[in-house]
Design a binder for this molecule. Sequence first.
Ligand SMILES: Cc1ncc(COP(=O)(O)O)c(C=O)c1O
Length: 383
Amino acid sequence: MFKSHLRWITNLPRVKPFYAVKCNNTPTVLRMLSALDTGFDCASKGEIQLALSLGVTPDKIIYAHTTKPLSHIKYACAHGVEMMTFDSEDELLKMSLCHAKAKLVLRIAVDDSKSLIRLSSKFGARLVSVGKLLERAGELGLDVIGVSFHVGSKCTESLAFQQAIADARHVFDIANLLGFQMSLLDIGGGFSGREDFQVKFEEFSEVINGALDEFFPPDSGVQIIAEPGRYFVESAFTLAANVIAKRVVIDDMDEHCDSEASPKRMMYYLSEGVYGSLSFLISDPNHGKVEPYLHRAVESSEQRYRSVIWGPTCDSTDKVTDNYWIPELHVGDWLLIDNMGAYSVCLSTDFNGFERAHIYTVVTAETWHAFIKPDRPRSTPVV
Ligand SMILES: Cc1ncc(COP(=O)(O)O)c(C=O)c1O
């Protein structure tokens, strides 16, 4: 995470990240990012509560959900959280009722067709409707300070940001004409946190910096923030799943054209599955292949078997991977899966009574004392 932070400030010096808590709300993650002076994108009262309980100040929080329960807006208001997003007239009415002093950020729908997880069908005002919405905000005496967008998660096309920033400029111009003092642009999330992702963070940064300089140059005085989630945590977590059970199935030999192939098919049952930390296997249709690996070195000469790897529950959709060739495993062995920090533990359930994964923090003593330890001195210098 520290490396990701350095990469961010090096490549996007004008953009302050507000980490999307929904992606992974582990307190260690939030403490570390808070010590690095990151802001937080919270989606609910629960996330705001969590951030505040860890010492995050309300000015470092954006309540970035466009459809909020009234009671959550009241909570934000009572605790000094002012920045929040909206994309409809109904939300404006709720705000005027419960939080008339809020600093509102209009979320617009942008082209998310190049992202593996799309969001614009659910959130964001269309460009044709922003004029009317802003006029309504003005009539209600509400303060709109900026524009936000999200190009979709796991974005595969850096130019999506360029178009979205140009769209945001258009909305700024309309809002300025209507008399709003627009001072904030929020470019959302969407960046992968994996080293092997098809588009490098540096490529996104180059396009974003170019578009910002064109449409929101430094002398415009507009503050730029973002809401990255997976970028910060995806590669920071490795899942260790235990082999809790095993079955050996002997296939009918006639099925095998290749006389060398073993008719043995292994069935392994892990402590983690799609109802645990691996829910993206069913919620994300574009997830890549999961490749669990053994916790020990494997000799190239070791015999491998065709294996099916299942999750622990009684549901047959609870399958991790199929047709996977690995050496024989035994009950009690561990399989590891990298890049498991994003939308994993936070989405797991206790279906069938299986416990959620435990999280163990592995950092140097120096990092622990400087960034994570709950009672670290608040004056710790920020790198
Ligand atoms: C409003 C909002 N902001 C930020 C994020 C984080 O996105 P990502 O993890 O792709 O960076 C999401 C993800 O759904 C979101 O809905």
